[in-house]
Design a protein around this ligand. Sequence first.
Ligand SMILES: O=P(O)(O)OC[C@@]1(O)O[C@H](CO)[C@@H](O)[C@@H]1O
Length: 361
Amino acid sequence: MIVTVTLNPSLDRAIEIDHLARGDVLRARSARLDPGGKGVNVSRALLANGVASRAVLPCGGDEGAQLVRLLAAEGVDLVAVPIGGQTRSNITLAEPDGTVTKVNEPGPTLSAVEFDAVTGQALAAAGTAGWVVVCGSLPPGVTPAAFGRLCDRIVAAGVRLAVDTSGPALRAAAEAGAHLVKPNREELSDVVGRPLGSRSDVIAAADQVRAWGAGAVLASLGADGAILVTADTVVSGTAAVTAPRSTVGAGDALLAGFLAALTRSEAAAAGATGPTETANRVSGPATTADTFTAVDEARAGGGRDGRLRPDLVAALAEGLAWGAAAVSLPGSRMPRPDEMRRGDVVIHPDSDPVRSLASQG
Ligand SMILES: O=P(O)(O)OC[C@@]1(O)O[C@H](CO)[C@@H](O)[C@@H]1O
């Protein structure tokens, strides 16, 4: 079971237009409404691929009720915490060449009582989880310090924590000892305070975030794929997308695919010894135990070579396949198994650190 927590979920309205012209009346080619928010998308992607997941999220107002209806219709296992404010709506404008313009509302203010209620539900759900995945922006009312305390409590509960957020909240998650953080290039650049023009820049930034306390960094790099940096491993890969439609949710699909594959390989390694959840329990933050199991063999080899960790290579490849499939789909629709093109994934176990990044963000 993978539990997701989305503090600022959304209704995602995706509108396909011919060309974004400021100040004009634009006629849409099509429109769709998806349940949204990064953790929500991770749960949706896992569900679409037969991986057990439970989504914890605050919901309020008519939009919140609609979000719950949409998620229930998809069959998402949901813990909706009622709040006084109104769940936000986010808008995506997608052009035929794959260019996406996104407008995200700030979201409703979460009171301290409401934040405590979400925290309580997250910790209750964490009791049966292999991972808790906390994703997305902080809603008004939740400070990075409060977010850090949520992360502390999840780590202290002995469950592995993955976080996809940005700015001071990302740093707080790392300092809490999150086992995995998944920034995109812009978020990683922002949190370390310098531009990232090459793979070595990304790896150095990831190591800085690891030095703050995170166990591993999975940096998503858009068209440049992704790089996974752990204590023992640096491995990167790409997945070609021939007809991009919407990048919205691609990072969420990447994270979901990565965790799904890791969970699967751990379950296989555990064999008949017991449920994955039991095998996944950890005794402390990422600073005291490496993020993932079975690192000793890699350590003995010295250096940081992705080939030494076939489980992580496989997880990165799976994440890249899910992320690329999401880019080929409209709006924030999450890919199904028949939509993955695993043959398009290329893994570079010996990451070429000085190679420049081709894409801008
Ligand atoms: O405003 P945040 O929380 O950073 O991001 C929210 C969001 O853009 O992220 C998802 C895609 O990753 C969308 O479903 C959603 O609209």
